[in-house]
Design a binder for this molecule. Structure first.
Ligand code: PNS
Length: 158
């Protein structure tokens, strides 16, 4: 049996924290599908296509990782992909409330789907896409916070 987990998110853009969660997930699951939400209302720095393309470049060497986008309810998508597991990263206490609400809503919709929380290595605890974008927009150094592919693309946007 292949254990497939879905790692959903906005990934605008992928940070070193996200990448760390993918690598850690590969220790636990046979296959990890990183799935970018298509959300037209969200003010994004990168289009969904750009985010998917960057992550495919970053994770090109990982045969057990797939990158794609999804829309609609997460639980429907997870079922369509034949999985029962959602992966989410937890950084600090402030993430908990939001994650708790989402997990319980998803559980109500699909009791057979579980969410597994993972923590990054400690050097990535404080990294968030939002703050990285702010630092980049204001001319700060983002090297080490995001993969080099992302840093390169962010420089073209800022
Ligand atoms: O990286 P993010 O923005 O915290 O990821 C949030 C995401 C994509 C996991 C969440 O918004 C989601 O699953 N959206 C799909 C819509 C859905 O299923 N909503 C019901 C659960 S509250």
């Amino acid at each position: 049996m292949t254990r497939t987990a879905i790692y959903p998110g906005s990934f605008d853009p992928m940070t070193m924290g996200h990448l760390n969660i993918v690598k850690r997930s590969l220790e636990v699951f046979d296959q990890v599908i990183v799935s970018v939400l298509r959300h037209p209302e969200k003010q994004a720095m990168f289009t969904v296509e750009e985010r998917v393309a960057m992550m495919r470049e970053i994770l090109a060497g990982e045969a057990r990782v797939e990158i794609e986008s999804f829309d609609g309810l997460l639980v429907d998508y997870v079922r369509r992909r034949g999985s029962h597991t959602v992966i989410r990263g937890l950084r600090a206490v402030q993430d908990f409330e939001y994650e708790f609400q989402m997990t319980m809503m998803n559980r109500r919709l699909a009791p057979d789907i579980d969410t597994v929380f993972m923590m990054t290595d400690e050097e990535y605890f404080y990294i968030a896409s939002r703050t990285v974008k702010e630092v980049a927009a204001l001319g700060g150094d983002i090297s080490g916070l995001v993969p080099e592919v992302v840093a390169r693309e962010m420089r073209t946007k800022c």
